[in-house]
Ligand binder design. Structure first.
Ligand SMILES: [Zn+2]
Ligand SMILES: [Zn+2]
Ligand SMILES: [Zn+2]
Length: 253
């Protein structure tokens, strides 16, 4: 299985428009962060988790020509604003794009992309095939996917586990019952917005405490804002098995 970080930034991306802070003006290419999303190639399927506003640019950069499904963590725009561009894959794969999310998230997609679901379809609009998931394992063409329900302040958000890899973003808290699903991981990807805690996101100490508790073999931090350390400074603050993710990073399992 191969995972590619399409984007590792928080909702603004880095640099933030108009910001001259140390992180936004860093010359290190690893401090340029598009909105968070990953590409998972299992050998059977190609999945993307979330399709934010940088989806088109990410697909071009990684030369992606095939996606079997989009898995949505939650409805926030930094995770869903790029879905109009699944059109390209409708042409390439000659089918509607399968999109998986919980009911509330798919209802939001139907509202935000009302033209896609209208009876009077404008020619050339995207084709989306919505699949409702709940907090139970589901299968897509031979791959089992286990949702993990975490909380983004009060909003339920799904993380996803495939084999011994899990991706958890926009989490503030993880219920004990869900933590069990995150044991025995080779790789955990976890969001870590900034150094200090935030009402709906983990700060650095909270993220490292959770990693310590779950004991994955390796962990990568993503969904990083300009209020987090720069890539290099963050790397210097992390334990040996925890790494800052960066755009374009690939990991093989
Ligand atoms: Zn987000
Ligand atoms: Zn900044
Ligand atoms: Zn969010």
């Amino acid at each position: 299985m191969k995972v590619t970080f399409l984007g590792t930034g928080a909702s603004h991306g880095i640099p933030v428009i108009g910001c001259r802070c140390e992180v936004c003006t860093s010359v290190n290419p690893k401090d340029k962060r598009l909105r968070s999303s990953i590409l998972i190639e299992t050998g059977r399927n190609v999945f993307v988790v979330d399709a934010g506003p940088d989806f088109r640019q990410q697909m071009l950069r990684e030369q992606v020509t095939r996606i079997n499904a989009v898995l949505l963590t939650h409805e926030h725009k930094d995770h869903t604003a790029g879905l109009d561009d699944v059109r390209a894959f409708n042409y390439l794969m000659k089918k509607a794009m399968s999109i998986y999310g919980e009911n509330r998230v798919l209802d939001s997609i139907k509202r935000e992309y009302a033209y896609v679901f209208s009876d009077d379809k404008y020619p050339g609009i995207p084709e989306m095939d919505l699949h409702v998931i709940d907090n139970h394992v589901f299968e897509i063409q031979g791959d089992d996917i286990l949702p993990i329900q975490v909380f983004h302040n009060l909003l339920p958000v799904f993380g996803f586990r495939i084999q011994n890899f899990a991706y958890v973003t926009d989490a503030k808290t993880v219920p004990d019952s869900e933590k069990k699903k995150l044991l025995n991981l080779d790789v955990l990807v976890l969001s870590c917005l900034r150094v200090k805690p935030h009402i709906s996101h983990m700060g650095l100490e909270e993220a490292l405490d959770l990693i310590e508790e779950l004991q994955p073999r390796k962990a990568y931090l993503t969904h990083i804002s300009h209020m987090q350390y720069s890539y290099q400074d963050l790397d210097n603050h992390l334990p040996v098995n925890v790494f800052p993710a960066y755009d374009g990073l690939t990991i093989q399992m």
